[in-house]
Design a protein around this ligand. Structure first.
Ligand SMILES: Nc1nc2c(c(=O)[nH]1)N[C@H]1C(S)=C(S)[C@@H](COP(=O)(O)O)O[C@H]1N2
Ligand SMILES: [Mo]
Length: 410
């Protein structure tokens, strides 16, 4: 899929914006002899097709063809802390996604409770100071397929997440172009896709003005040094470091400044969590207050040993993986080889910043033959630690229980 580069945008040394002359086919079709993979889910059908048929994407686990839900195969996370763009997960609510974007006529509109309504060109946006952040983009429902009892929604394994170095401009600098009027409370973000059925609510997400102006919330035009893949939001997407991906609106084309809190479906009904510790409740529990999902919580994974592995006794094994702190950095990652009875700190890799994946590794030696359960847990800089028991809520959000990998030593 050749993406034609437009040369010489005056604001960028690199050529990051496609000319938009090539149309993408977004509804990939099944191949004849489809490759499949098995996800380790307790309840859902586990077999999923693997496909490289989506534009600008390598082999991905197909959760749904249309609108695309593509999961990153877990072995990709063992290769490094940055998830390659062509293996980065994809999630859209509606299938009516533009297949072609003309970068010369594209505009980002800012309207609502502003001093001056503006429609910014990509050149005007890219002329603002550039900023960069390494940050994890994780779906609220990552690992939903592991929820018991089962809940409605995409049955993701653990691959509805990815880490990238995002380059863009500060949301605050963009908003200043329009000027936020006093009394504004939220900004509402919208992308270019349309609801598939008339009457379906357009995908709209809002952030508080204070959050949007914090200098960290970004409008990104590049990911890992390249223009955004079409399915990851070309030409512009919102990046909200430390917060769940639902706020990271793709193909951002419209910002409305609101003087009242947003009560649209995607804020008030969908993407809400129980207002309880760890967003935990009992199935069917009544009287639970729900609030919009927000900050991420710490998680960690073993990436080079899979369940059922047979490891030799008496020699050192390097066990490694990655962790992220959620809304703050990774403070510590510990490993247990006895199912959580005792824990030992692991060695952390280089920090790429507090919102990034971080590598960890540890040497493990099994003295005696037998079955062992490996567990890894992350503590973040805010002192939050992954819990030993699972949380539950009806949307399957915010899973961050310590994961177990059963192996045998021989
Ligand atoms: N325009 C638009 N932006 C969107 C969505 C969407 O449906 N439309 N989905 C959100 C959700 S729920 C997720 S998990 C992330 C996924 O980002 P990715 O496809 O780049 O991995 O995009 C977010 N931004
Ligand atoms: Mo999501």
């Amino acid at each position: 899929m050749p993406i034609l580069q437009r040369q010489g945008t005056h604001v960028s040394r690199r050529t990051l914006l496609a000319s938009g002359t090539c149309a993408l086919t977004l509804s990939a079709t099944r191949s004849m002899a489809a490759q499949t993979t098995k996800l380790p889910l307790p309840s859902a059908p586990r077999t999923r097709e693997l496909s490289s048929a989506f534009p600008q994407k390598g082999e991905m686990i197909v959760q749904r063809w249309r609108a695309p839900l593509l999961e990153t195969p877990f072995d990709v996370f063992d290769k490094g802390v940055f998830t390659p763009n062509d293996r980065f997960f994809v999630r859209w609510h509606y299938a009516d996604i533009p297949v072609k974007i003309d970068v010369t006529t594209f505009r980002l509109k800012i309207h609502g409770n502003v001093e001056k309504e503006v429609s910014l060109t990509l050149d005007e946006i890219m002329a603002l100071p550039h900023v960069e952040v390494a940050a994890v983009n994780q779906c609220s429902g990552n690992s939903r397929g592991l929820f018991m009892p089962r809940v409605a929604g995409g049955e993701w394994g653990d691959g509805a997440m990815g880490n990238a170095r995002w380059t863009g401009v500060r949301m605050s600098d963009v908003l200043k172009k329009a000027g936020i009027k006093p009394g504004s409370v939220q900004i509402r973000l919208q992308g270019l896709e349309k609801p598939s059925l008339p009457g379906s609510p357009p995908f709209l997400k809002s952030l508080s003005v204070e959050h949007a102006m914090d200098g960290e919330v970004m409008i990104a035009f590049a990911m890992n040094g390249q223009q955004l893949p079409h399915l990851n939001g070309f030409p512009l997407r919102v990046v909200v470091p430390g917060w769940y991906a639902t706020y990271w609106v793709k193909m951002l084309s419209d910002i409305e400044v609101l003087d009242k809190p947003d009560t649209n479906f995607w804020m008030a009904t969908a993407y809400t969590i129980p207002d309880t510790p760890r967003a935990d409740m009992k199935p069917g529990e009544a009287g639970v207050k729900f609030v919009p999902i927000n900050k991420m919580v710490p998680r960690s994974f073993i990436t080079n040993v899979t369940a059922g592995a047979k490891l030799k006794t008496g020699i050192n094994h390097l066990v490694r993986g990655m962790a992220f702190g959620g809304a703050s950095g990774v403070k510590m990652v510990e490993l247990s080889v006895d199912g959580g009875k005792t824990w030992k700190p692991t060695q952390l890799g280089k920090s790429e910043g507090k919102y990034s994946f971080r590598r960890w590794e540890s040497n493990v030696k099994f003295a005696k033959a037998g079955d062992h359960v490996l567990q890894v847990r992350c503590t973040n800089d805010a002192g939050e630690v992954q819990p030993p028991t699972t949380n539950w809520n009806p949307a399957g959000f915010m899973r961050n229980v310590i994961q177990s990998t059963a192996i045998s030593a021989a």
